[in-house]
Design a protein around this ligand. Structure first.
Ligand code: SAH
Ligand code: SF4
Ligand code: F3S
Length: 456
């Protein structure tokens, strides 16, 4: 998952209520789930008369949708709040809200540290946002970090028209895995799968509005088991039913856990053409000793065997992963084992992080910390290896034909950007290109993080 990227939710057209529109600025941190949630919060505020703005200085309300995964991620929130202070002092009626995983984890504490915050809304309470904003208008400072029994998505307004050909769709939330280092089971709660019909309904509407690619989201998306009219649906069943929707060209899902990679999903990778040949399957470490201490409940060789099984059905599969270096007790040999696993698997793309102790997690109790300089050096070596593999994967595309889903205009005049089946950014030019076009392209060059293609 692409944490640590700070993205401003860009122009989602939203419904507007009566009166002059008020402006809402949302800043999104963390994973794709937060990106999806930010869109849904923007939509929830539409009927309240709020329109999105990219500029916090223009905003009547600023909402930070936060991430708690590593210390740096959590601290960003406080830095950003500090930067908002002059705005709030100049315009005391500016509303400032904190949403997302820091809100869930720290709740009231945020207001103690930053009294300028008007409301704190945890990740399961977004449907209550309009009511909370009204409470702020009435002079209150609401905090809601409940895990309510109802599904927040049932209480959010219908998704409005979109101008983008790709969409995220959350199908599962929460995590029961309790990896020793991770806050997600605490910030997002237990694993919950949304009912299959709701997802199918949402997908059908997205496609009717022009969406060509849907990425199914979940903290453990392949643990999806949702109630359907004819019983339990697995993720594979969901993928196969979605694939029947005319006009939907591509299906992706993220993020997955190796232990939830069931046979029917592996089979779908082999024979469902709309399921894209790109899989994000984090392993975290290549050392069995560290994997055990992390509570990952699988070994390195089991992971490698799993990858081989998936690749047997889909040989061109591009793999992506997440790694943590410097987990407490990680020895030089453990780290070498991680490098060895990376060499065996060969990733097209991967995220790697230095271990960050998170309050409340079991690993945070450990005293056998890896010195910072050792962890830094390991991270550098791992990133160098992963970088080489990513470049090799990009270079191997040169000369090949592939399909690109055009997403938006590029930075240069006449240029368009889209994604290959393998989720690589491709720049191209040509007649008839527009968002949503599926273009057949020959890749002519690979530069840094993108490919250049020519229309065939
Ligand atoms: N549910 C997903 C994503 C979890 S968070 C999964 O299981 O893969 C995304 C990534 O952040 C994790 O895969 C892990 O590599 C990293 N991460 C999580 N907690 C961390 C911590 N305490 N320190 C450093 N990296 C962490
Ligand atoms: Fe965190 Fe592990 Fe759950 Fe992923 S599987 S969200 S790393 S606890
Ligand atoms: Fe961060 Fe929460 Fe996602 S902690 S990675 S925003 S689930």
């Amino acid at each position: 998952m692409s944490q640590d990227k700070t993205a401003t939710t860009d122009a989602v057209p939203i419904l507007t209520g009566a009166g002059a529109p008020k402006k809402l600025h949302i800043k999104t941190y963390g994973c794709q789930m937060n990106v999806y949630d930010s869109e849904r919060m923007a939509e929830a505020m539409g009927p309240e008369g709020y329109e999105l703005t990219d500029d916090p200085a223009q905003a009547d309300m600023v909402l930070l949708n936060t991430c708690h995964i590593r210390e740096r991620a959590a601290e960003k929130v406080y830095h950003e709040l500090g930067r908002l202070r002059p705005l709030k002092e100049a315009r005391p009626d500016l509303k400032i809200g904190v949403a997302g995983c820091v809100a869930q984890a720290e709740g009231e504490e945020i207001r103690r540290r930053m009294p300028l915050v008007d409301l704190v809304v945890g990740s399961q309470s977004y449907h209550k946002l309009p009511a909370m904003v009204k409470a702020v208008d009435a002079g209150k400072k609401p905090v809601d970090t409940e895990f309510p029994l109802e599904d927040k998505f049932d209480h959010l307004p219908e998704r409005p028209s979109t101008t983008r050909p790709t969409a995220f769709l959350t199908v599962q939330e929460g995590c029961d895995k309790f990896c020793a280092f991770c806050v997600v089971p605490y910030t997002r709660g237990a694993e919950v799968s949304r009912p299959a019909e709701r997802i199918m309904g949402e997908a059908n509407k997205l496609v009717a509005k022009g969406v060509r690619e849907i990425t199914l989201l979940g903290q453990n998306v392949n643990a999806y088991h949702g109630p359907g009219a004819d019983g339990d649906w697995s993720l594979a069943r969901l993928v196969r039913e979605l694939a029947k929707i005319d006009g939907l060209e591509r299906i992706r899902y993220m993020t997955s856990h190796p232990n939830d990679m069931e046979d029917d999903l592996i089979a779908a990778h082999g024979d469902e053409p709309k399921l894209m040949p790109y899989l994000h399957l984090p392993v975290q470490s290549g050392s069995d000793r560290v994997l055990k201490a992390m509570n990952r409940k699988h070994t390195a060789s089991e992971y490698i065997a799993l990858i081989e099984k998936i690749r047997a059905g889909r040989p061109d599969l591009v793999l992506s992963g997440d790694f943590i270096v410097g987990f407490p007790g990680e020895s030089d040999q453990d780290f070498e084992d991680t490098l060895e696993l990376v060499r065996r698997v060969n990733y097209g793309m991967a995220y790697s992080f230095k271990y960050s102790a998170r309050p409340g997690t079991p690993a945070a109790e450990r005293k056998d910390l890896v010195p910072d300089d050792v962890a830094d050096a390991r991270l550098q070596r791992l990133q160098a290896l992963l970088g080489e593999q990513q470049r090799a994967c990009q270079d191997a595309m040169v000369g090949r034909e592939c399909t690109v889903l055009v997403e938006k205009p590029g930075k240069l005049e006449g240029q368009w950007v889209g994604k290959s089946d393998y989720l690589q950014a491709v720049h191209l030019r040509g007649e008839g290109l527009a968002p949503g076009v599926m273009a057949r392209v020959r890749i002519v060059s690979a530069v840094r993080n993108s490919l250049h293609g020519e229309l065939i």
